[in-house]
Design a binder for this molecule. Sequence first.
Ligand SMILES: [Zn+2]
Length: 298
Amino acid sequence: MKLDQRFVSLVSRRSKGCSSHGCHRDCAAECLVSNTYIQDLKQYISCGQGGKLSAHEIDQRVSHLIGDVYITFDFPYEKREFLRAQCNVPRDELVVERLSYFSTSDPCQPGIGRFNKAGDGLFYATVINSPSGTDDALQTTLQEIRAKDEDEISVLRSSQVDGVDLNLRIIGYGSWVREGKKPGWMQDNVFDYLKMHYNYLDSKLCDNLRKASQNVDDFMASIIAEPESKKLYDVTSSIGRVLMESSSIDGIVYSSTRAADYPVIVLKPNSVDDKIQYDEITVIKIHQKPHQKNFEWW
Ligand SMILES: [Zn+2]
């Protein structure tokens, strides 16, 4: 297991001028600015009336927090399969193009989502997390798309092209490591990989920058787990755009908010074109007993 070298050079750039005996720059002031930005964004999300920020002010705060304060790394994902589903698609529209991400030529364009701005078509999918995990992944997928009893569901199964890694961002890794709480879906060796990066980061930053980076990490982990709202999505879609800005990044992996502790993924369209193959489309009918969360299907 080796440290991601881009991460190492990013850490060294960020911590330039810092030392345990005192910093050559005002790291306490930097921490204060990022905490103020976090408070602004939290207030924007939670207050109906207060917390007024323009789209530009949100983007500017998010760019600063993620671009200048938060330090993350590429997480390589290999040999995974994914499920994506839609409710009640007419039979004559059962084609891959209809069930995958919105293409730019589609007359119907996507609204704002957890990680996409209105008009940006991204590929949201559930990860099949083990060889026998298709049923769990389908339960999660149905909850993610808010399926209802008696819906007819079209499911697109796809997989990674052989020998090609997906480079993903992981949100909230620092708070998992600090609290020693590995998400249930994560393999031990992956958690060890996160820990190794976190400990390296921890050893290189001064107290103020460490605190600032932790606060951004905690903030992102907490808002990613919140139920959807327009104001939440104004902020998280901005986070998505900044996290996926680099051409080397394919997307983000995070825990489903509807089926806790199950991995879901969002990918950029060009990454889907280059790294994902579509395997099959199936149509199922679902049934949900009253007051039960889980679905049955046939
Ligand atoms: Zn410092």
